[in-house]
Structure formats: C-alpha cells, structure tokens
Design a protein around this ligand. Structure first.
Ligand code: NAG
Ligand code: NAG
Length: 468
C-alpha cells in the first residue's frame, strides 16, 4: 500500500533515481516530493537520516529497533518516513545537497553510511498556448555543485523522439505536431514533463461518407482546451468554410460557403456566402464549427475546407473529402410488372479493392443472391415483389461507410388469366342485358294484347282518362 503510494508520488513528481559510484543522485525541481529510498529495511537496526549542510550535519530523522522514531520538527522541512525511507515533500531551494543514511545493527558499533545527492533541476516553462509559427523555448538545466560531473540533458518530443544536440535548451518555431508532452531526460532518466499547446483545429477524417438518404455533417471543431478567448488573444481574423465540387477541377469553382469574423466586441455570427443550405450545427460561440443538412446530395461530392486565419499570417485548415452514395433508378421509380429495372448504387468513383457493395432488395424480390454486390443491377422482368424499399450499403472491410435507400412502386400488369376473367365477366354481363331486354319485350307484348281486347281501338290509350 505504502509502496504503491511512494511509486505514485515518484511518477507524479517526475523524480527518478540513478545510482552512481558516489551513491545515489536524484534530480528534482523546487516543490517536488523527493523520496530517498533505502536499499534494505532491517528492524533490528538504528537508522539515522542527516542533511549534510556544509559539513554541519542536521539530523532529520531517527529510528530505533524498538520501533521508536523521531522526526525533526521544523516548519521548513516537510519530512516523513516510509519504512526507513525518507520522504521530503515540497522541497525548498536550500534543501538540495547531500543526505546521509547511517545505520548499524543493535549490538555493533559499525556504522554503514549511504549518501544521496539531490540535485536541482530547473525547467523553463513556455507560453501555455502558442500559434503555429510562434517560437517555443524549452529549457532543462541541472545545478550541480563544483566537482560534480554534469549529466547529459536532452529533450524528447511528444512522439518520444530525441531532439538532436539541444543540451537542455530548445528553441523552435511551433508546428501543430509539437502539441503534447515534452520530456526532459537527465542522464538516462526522464525527469520532467512539460506540456506545449499549439493552437490547431481538432483532427477530422480525411474522407467522409454519406448518402442521399442520410444526414450530412461535415466536421470541424476546436479542441476542448482552446477557447474563443484564447483565439482572440492570439489574433484570430476569420473562419471560413469553402467547398470545391468534385465535378469541376478548375480552382475557380471553389465556393466560399460561410464566413465568421470573431472580432472583439462584435457578435459571433456566421454569415452565409453561397447558398448551399448546409448550415452550421451550432452558434459560433461553441467550439463546434461543423456544417450540416438533413440529407446529403450528389452535388455535395467534393472537398469541404474549414479554415482559420490569424494576424501573424498563419492559417489552420482541415479539408474533408465528402463521398455521397446514391441509389438511383435510370427510368423513374414507378413501373408495371414485366418492365426492366435498371438500378445503380455508387459514389461516382470506382471502389477500391477493400470496399464492397451490398444490396438489400424487398423481401419478395426475385433478385438472385449472387447478384447482390455489383454497382449496377438489372432485373429483366420485374414482378410486384420487387416493389418496395431497396437499400444498398457501402462497406470497407467490416465498417459500414454509408447506406442509401430508394422506394420503387411496381403496378401489376394484366395477365392472360385476368383478361380471360374480365372478358367472361363482360360476356356474362352482355348476356344478362340481352336476357333482361327479351323478357321485358315479352311482357310488354302480352300487356298490349290484353289492352287491345279491352278497348278495341287502334291506338291504345291509358285507361284512366278515356273511360267516360
Ligand atoms: C458537432 O455537432 C454535430 C451535430 O450536432 C455532432 O454530430 C458532432 O459530434 C459535434 N462535434 C463535436 C466535436 O462536438
Ligand atoms: C442501364 O442503364 C444504363 C444507363 O442508361 C445503361 O448503360 C445500361 O446498359 C442499362 N442496363 C441494362 C441492363 O439495361
């Protein structure tokens, strides 16, 4: 438990040990916690800790075999013991130097002495936030007393690569990749870490896939540790969104979509430049500068660039290449059964060898399983089962990139059987009409004969009027 704690402290404060012939050398910065770790812990011994201040031994701690211990009471020394190791918290400028650990066994007068040398490490901290192109200075120096061999000091960049011949100091023009944790190495030990923050836009994917049936969000954002206040202090001039369509290769086709001037005092609002109805997802005070629309369109195929310009002339930008998957039917979406279906699913670019298309026809479709991977798809005689929702998916290995949908309507065509049924129905109807007609005629005929017999006149007259 205690051991873990000590290790944590060690890692936290970047204090490391090295053993030299003259005992152990420890590098620490003012304010660090320093642990003087002993090589053995034998309770049957007396242990004494001294700070060797100009040959004047200051006793810091003392332990006896019975478990008694005494620590120096001095507000300048924040010391404690872990086993018989000495821990000095918040080390002060005047507390660097030589420490002695003396120990003997209970019945022997022989004293064994181990020395520890704590050397002061001075680390120069750069500006907290820098723009690309601004200078970054890092320094890492060891204050060694005369006679002490000065160790080799160098820096590791955030990728862990040793910076050549810098002897502890480093001056360079900041680049985006300089952001991160720099490490000062003394001798062979990492002794200090320094964070360098170079302003940049958050990383965004190089290629973005969407489809004509899904949302398009072109990403661009500020990393969480950058605020607009930082950017204003650094002299930000403007933020722009540009679009360069795929169909045209001439640079003149580049269109500026949105513009933002975050000048001090003025409100943060995006101004629309070119009407592509892709809108910023949030207001400009947020870190999210992405553009978005409900569905992607074929005309959105191309390069979107989000850029940020500063007074010092540097420009930061991120370009996202947008691919839009489209499921299209060459001859409309309404068919009658028996017609040829001719569908395509494509981003307008050939697929690379690791990409694959998958078609998902409606459940009742007659499309063969083996035909479900091509960019073009034809069904010679469509049936009503082919009507409904078609989906096609674009995959890169195990990753779904985009999925597009299309709804087809297929009306049934009149079949021979249906024709036969309809014809028979018509014939029966006609026969019925004829039959009714004949029956009526017969009835009328009978009635007329009857009337003739009653009134004996040439033209039969309605009964009621001519009775009198
Ligand atoms: C920006 O907003 C979009 C849309 O709300 C969201 O999908 C995206 O994850 C956001 N990006 C960041 C970095 O927050
Ligand atoms: C589908 O339509 C495309 C474009 O009109 C044409 O080139 C292709 O030959 C058609 N395929 C079939 C099987 O009809």
């Amino acid at each position: 438990m205690m051991k873990n704690f000590i290790e944590d402290v060690l890692i936290l404060f970047s204090v490391f040990f090295s053993v030299t012939g003259a005992g152990e050398v420890i590098y620490a910065q003012v304010g660090d916690t320093v642990t003087l770790k002993t090589t053995e812990y034998n309770q049957q011994k007396y242990h004494y800790w001294y700070f060797n201040n100009h040959d004047n031994k200051l006793r810091l701690a003392w332990l006896n075999p019975l478990g008694g211990k005494v620590l120096l009471q001095d507000k300048n020394w924040k010391i404690s013991l872990s086993g018989n190791s000495l821990i000095i918290k918040d080390i002060r400028d005047e507390q660097f130097g030589t420490f002695l650990w003396e120990h003997n066994s209970g019945n022997s007068l022989n004293l064994k002495v181990t020395t520890y040398t704590v050397l002061k490490l001075r680390v120069m901290k750069p500006n907290s936030v820098v723009l690309p192109g601004e200078s970054v200075s890092l320094g890492c120096f060891v204050d060694a007393p005369p006679g002490q061999v000065k160790p080799d000091v160098h820096w590791l960049d955030p990728r862990g690569v040793r910076v050549k011949n810098n002897r502890g100091t480093l001056d360079k023009k900041a680049e985006s990749q300089d952001s991160g944790k720099w490490t000062c190495v003394v001798g062979t030990k990492n002794t200090a870490h320094i964070s360098v923050s170079v302003v940049d836009l958050a990383p965004s994917p190089e290629n973005l896939y969407s489809s004509t049936s899904s949302r398009l969000t072109v990403p661009c954002s500020l990393p969480s540790w950058i605020s607009w206040d930082h950017l204003k202090q650094k002299g930000i001039q403007e933020v722009q969104w540009h679009f360069s369509p795929k169909t045209s290769s001439s640079p003149a086709s580049d269109q500026r979509l949105w513009l933002l001037h975050p000048s001090p005092g003025s409100s943060f609002t995006w101004k629309k430049d070119k009407d592509r109805d892709l809108v910023p997802v949030s207001d400009a005070t947020k870190r999210n500068l992405s553009l978005s629309r409900d569905t992607a369109r074929v005309e959105d195929r191309g390069d979107f660039t989000c850029s940020m310009a500063f007074q010092n002339g540097s420009t930061l930008s991120r370009t996202v290449h947008v691919e839009v998957l489209q499921l299209a039917s060459f001859i409309g979406t309404e068919f009658t059964s028996g017609q040829t279906l001719n569908l395509s699913c494509s981003t307008g670019e050939p697929l690379t060898s690791d990409m694959q298309l998958k078609w998902f026809p409606p459940d009742q479709s007659s499309l063969l399983k083996s035909d479900r991977h091509g960019a073009h798809l034809a069904i010679k005689e469509a049936s009503t089962g082919d009507g409904g929702k078609w989906r096609c998916e674009l995959w890169r290995r195990d990753l779904l990139l985009a999925s597009a949908e299309l709804k087809l309507t297929i009306e049934p065509k009149l079949s021979v059987w249906m024709l036969a049924i309809i014809c028979s129905a018509i014939v029966i109807l006609i026969l019925l009409v004829i039959l009714t007609f004949i029956l009526c005629r017969r009835k009328q005929h009978k009635t007329r004969n009857h009337r003739h017999r009653l009134c004996q006149c040439k033209n039969p007259k309605p009964k009621g009027f001519y009775r009198t």
